[in-house]
Design a protein around this ligand. Structure first.
Ligand SMILES: [Zn+2]
Length: 671
């Protein structure tokens, strides 16, 4: 299930391109399409050419009528087979197909959320937006083939439109807007977007010397945001050209959508009006989408053998921006990944190699976060220079080609001169993560006034090979220590000048690992993803019970179960009832920053004595509880929040507590 908070963190990337191995056979469309958004009518003509004569099956939405059809100039009477809303038209061998079609598009449904947009493949149109996704059958696609294309759009004056590719010409005359685009790389389909756009354009010469046309296609109410977006896109092009290599296309456009969606395609990104207004999108998701023109749309993942492009893009975009803010922000980002992973039921875990595209929260945790952490650990292992060299060589070698995880590994092996087979194998082929513990530690005075520290480390079987960071606090300050471990038990010994006081295990969260319960104080997602959640409503108010059930339905991925078998609890009620329930269950009272007087509702996570996650939702009255149903599912990464009605006032996470072994004064008890 895709939740808004997840897709805002990293937008869905509908990659429009696919294996170049099939490229030779790609036919070329020459499409002319006239669209009247006010009446949802579409008229199209296409002249399709194949390099050599071949039989083909065309796939067109069954909402259209075929007005004319010819193969190599001979008229054909179409005999479509209707399957699932599409008509499939099998044609005899030929080198050229001419076809004309027309019909009504679906009305654009503004109530759709992003999840609907992903699954709802109807071509839809209205005056404030037209969205004809690849795969919706708005043009006669050749079944099973990649396609090159040129598309000429014909729209009423005031409307603007585009498809991915190079803009060759455009004009506005006699009450019509016309624009012609071309895409020369074989693509997986053609997506057409139109709307009452104001276009802002800037031509930039990038650091690598390419000339790129940057555009915003924005609804009028976003006009004042255009130049800021163009600035940001230009900045991202320079950043990634310097880190990877020249931008592989001649345009990039940011396009607004009347529905709350988020898509990335080669040369453009299509984002909801309300999404574009969010102040952080320019600083995060936009860069992610621009970078996909290198990873995903510039080098194509070998989907059958796993999609590396989301992880590399997340690492070089979303995560890199946090790193630029400073070490603390970067650590917080890694901790958030590990917390999300800790919240994921292990039954949903899959090897990273099996990730192809995001379909629900768990696949984001593996396909984006674990994958990004793999690149982080790789950079730790081989160093920044070798990592950067590997990235640039990989780009140079695989531009507009298919590449697999194996190809990436080979590029980093060449750049670093190291064998990385075992590293990639354990992170790609195995589900899950190592669980690491300090089982004991001893310090003894050694000869020559030094100290000898010995630490017993344990991990669950089967063991991972890891370079485990330890932080040793001594009387003279902190020492970073890397211990190479490859077995379930390792005793590591370190000679020190000063007396060691305590040892912390990976306090910077530099390894992909399963956090211990105390290391990861709970977040809302622990409940949202729980396999067996239960709802408890202390108190007797019927309206409150209804509101609580509605909140549970919105928040929980699985339906709730009986209290006794539950793995996580959602407890919702009035302030007084919640306080009484906490006392009865011997749980810690309401935290001080969540006084009942603040806002109209408070939400916080706790851990029961038996380790179960408990989420408390404490409201002033039933309407205050009902008001949380919409906003709360967006805050899976938080530990506590205060709301006034639907508006979030404050939020935060409980601090993580690294595993620490204290050597003084008694040296016996890990915290
Ligand atoms: Zn992406």
């Amino acid at each position: 299930m895709i939740r808004p908070a997840l897709w805002l963190a990293a937008l869905i990337c509908a990659l429009g391109l696919a294996p170049a191995a099939l490229a030779a056979a790609a036919p070329t469309h020459r499409i002319h399409v006239r669209i009247e958004p006010a009446t949802q009518s579409l008229e199209g003509r296409d002249s399709l050419r194949f390099e050599a004569a071949r039989a083909a099956t065309l796939v067109l939405s069954s909402r259209f009528r075929i007005d004319a059809l010819a193969v190599d100039g001979r008229r054909i009477e179409p005999v479509p087979r209707l399957i699932d809303g599409f008509q499939r038209i099998s044609l005899p061998a030929g080198r050229r197909i001419d076809i004309a079609w027309s019909g009504r598009l679906a009305p654009l449904d503004r109530s759709q959320d992003h999840r609907d947009t992903l699954t709802y493949a109807e071509p839809a149109s209205a005056s404030d937006g037209t969205f004809l996704p690849a795969g919706s059958g708005w043009y006669p696609a050749v079944s099973g083939a990649l396609e090159r294309y040129s598309v000429e759009l014909d729209l009423p004056a005031g409307q603007r439109g585009l498809v991915p590719g190079r803009l060759l010409e455009e004009s506005e005359a006699a009450g019509r807007y016309r624009a012609r685009f071309e895409f020369r790389q074989p693509a997986e389909g053609i997506t057409l977007i139109a709307g009452p756009y104001r276009v802002e354009e800037r031509r930039v010469r990038t650091a690598a010397g390419s000339e790129v046309r940057l555009r915003t296609y924005f609804h009028p109410e976003l006009a004042q945001l255009a130049s800021g977006y163009l600035d940001s896109v230009a900045g991202y092009l320079d950043l990634y050209e310097s880190r990877i290599g020249p931008y592989p296309f001649s345009e990039f456009s940011v396009v607004s959508s009347p529905t709350p969606t988020g898509f990335g395609m080669p040369t453009l990104t299509y984002l909801g009006i309300d999404v574009l207004r969010l102040p952080f999108i320019r600083a995060t998701s936009l860069g992610h989408e621009v970078l996909h023109n290198w990873w995903g749309n510039g080098v194509y993942p070998d989907y059958a053998r796993g999609n590396w492009s989301e992880g590399l893009t997340t690492f070089m975009a979303d995560y890199a921006y946090r790193e630029r803010e400073g070490a603390e922000a970067a650590r917080a980002a890694r901790l958030a990944w590990l917390r999300d992973f800790a919240a994921m039921p292990s039954a949903e875990d899959r090897p990273l190699a099996r990730f192809t595209a995001r379909t629900h929260g768990a696949s984001q945790i593996v396909g984006y976060n674990k994958s990004a952490m793999l690149f982080f650990m790789l950079r730790d292992a081989i160093g920044n220079d070798a990592f950067d060299r590997g990235v640039r060589d990989f780009w140079r070698e695989y531009r507009f080609r298919v590449a697999s995880w194996e190809d990436l590994r080979a590029a980093f092996e060449r750049a670093s001169g190291r064998h990385l087979g075992a590293f990639f194998a354990q992170w790609l082929q195995r589900p899950g993560a190592p669980m690491l513990r300090i089982a004991g530690a001893n310090a003894a005075a050694a000869a020559a006034n030094g100290w000898r520290l010995s630490v017993d480390l344990e991990q669950n079987a089967p063991a991972y090979a890891l370079s485990l960071p330890l932080a040793v606090r001594t009387a003279d300050g902190e020492i970073e220590w890397r211990v190479e471990i490859a077995h379930e038990r390792t005793t590591a010994v370190l000679a020190l000048a000063a007396e060691p006081l305590e040892v912390a295990l990976d306090p910077d969260m530099r390894l992909w690992r399963r956090l211990a319960a105390n290391e990861a104080p709970p977040i809302l997602r622990d409940l949202m993803l729980a396999e067996h959640p239960a709802l408890i409503v202390p108190g007797a108010d019927a309206a409150l019970r209804t509101a609580a059930q509605d909140l549970a339905a919105r928040l929980l991925e699985r339906t709730n179960t009986a209290n006794a078998d539950a793995s996580a609890l959602l407890v919702a009620g009035l302030h007084g009832d919640i306080d009484a329930w906490l006392a009865r269950e011997h749980l810690a009272p309401r935290p001080p920053q969540l006084a009942p007087a603040s806002g109209s509702a408070q939400v916080w996570t706790a851990r029961a004595g038996d380790g179960r996650v408990v989420v408390l939702v404490s409201a002033r009255d039933a309407p205050s509880l009902a008001a949380l149903a919409r906003p709360l599912p967006h805050y899976g990464r938080e530990s506590w929040l205060v709301f006034n009605g639907e508006r979030m006032l404050e939020r935060g996470t409980w601090p993580a507590r690294p595993q620490v072994w204290r050597l003084k004064p008694t040296g016996d008890h890990p915290r």
